[in-house]
Design a protein around this ligand. Structure first.
Ligand SMILES: [Ca+2]
Ligand SMILES: [Ca+2]
Length: 279
């Protein structure tokens, strides 16, 4: 026999559209894994990229969604409302209605700088309850990433272009930017270059590659591929392990192959840096 509080919670859950088709028993199961959480103003609930292990239902209050997009990305703002439906929605940009934006979700496909702004959504139901959510969309030009970085370096007349290599090490300025290196100091390659290693996960040894990279810089994409024979054209999937903070906006990334090292003769990784500033 569920407690009175559990009964309240079950009633709340049953009013959420996503769970509306569940039977009493399934709702009871949900109640046992749910918990109430009070947040203070400005508390951060989650960050983009966090592992999605929970669903949040907002019972009262407002949630602000902050997001940054490289131009050309798809961005979604979405609102979850509890209470008595059905609901109607109107999204606004800078207080002005966005035409045809009357669903629970506002999607920008191929976002452009013109989409940047402060967004709110007004939600109302048949008894006139109104709530709103606010979010800011910042659109970052892919070019600003390298340009911002380059502007902070004292080049003293040396070649500051992405292809330049004033310190004459194996990394051009663009790769120095990507991997968090110093473009004016020749970097020792065995230490900073992507390097092969072996990591142990759950008692099994896997081939892996480790490299340093900048976390928050824009204008590039790193793709890691692996292959276990040089003649094979098929690149295998790799799994990204939790990155290790190296301080100063740099982390060490580890990607591992899917097959255990036992039984493998060879394993090659390819770390591709794609310059997204070049269309
Ligand atoms: Ca260099
Ligand atoms: Ca360097």
């Amino acid at each position: 026999m569920p407690s009175e509080r559990a009964a309240d919670r079950r009633q709340l859950l049953s009013r959420v559209e996503l769970f509306s088709k569940l039977g009493e028993r399934e709702l009871d199961d949900l109640v046992t894994v749910s918990r109430m959480q009070k947040m203070r103003a400005r508390d951060e609930l989650f960050h983009k990229g966090d592992e999605g292990t929970q669903i949040y239902l907002i019972l009262s209050g407002r949630l602000k969604v902050m997001t940054t997009s490289a131009e050309g990305d798809d961005v979604t703002f979405s609102i979850a409302v509890s209470g008595l439906g059905p609901f109607s929605y109107q999204w606004k940009k800078g207080g002005v209605d966005v035409p045809d934006a009357t669903g629970a979700t506002l999607v920008f496909e191929n976002v452009q700088s013109g989409n940047a702004g402060d967004y709110t959504v007004e939600v109302s139901n048949s008894i006139g309850m109104t709530t709103s959510l606010a979010g800011t969309l910042t659109v970052q030009s892919a070019l600003t990433g390298y340009a911002l970085y380059a502007s902070g370096v004292n080049w003293m007349g040396m070649d500051s272009s992405p292809q330049g290599n004033p310190d004459n090490d194996p990394f051009n300025n663009f790769l120095e930017f990507v991997f968090g290196l110093d473009p004016l100091v020749a970097d020792p390659t065995p230490t900073v270059r992507p390097r092969a290693t072996i990591i142990n996960v759950g008692g099994m040894n896997y081939p892996a590659v480790k490299f340093r990279r900048h976390r928050t810089r824009a204008g590039f994409q790193i793709v890691v591929e692996a292959v276990n024979t040089l003649t094979s054209q098929t690149m295998q999937m790799t799994t990204e392990e939790a990155p290790q903070d190296q301080g100063g906006d740099v982390d060490e990334a580890t990607y591992r192959g899917q097959m255990q090292i036992e039984g493998l003769d060879t394993w090659f990784f390819r770390v591709k840096v794609i310059d997204t500033t070049t269309p």
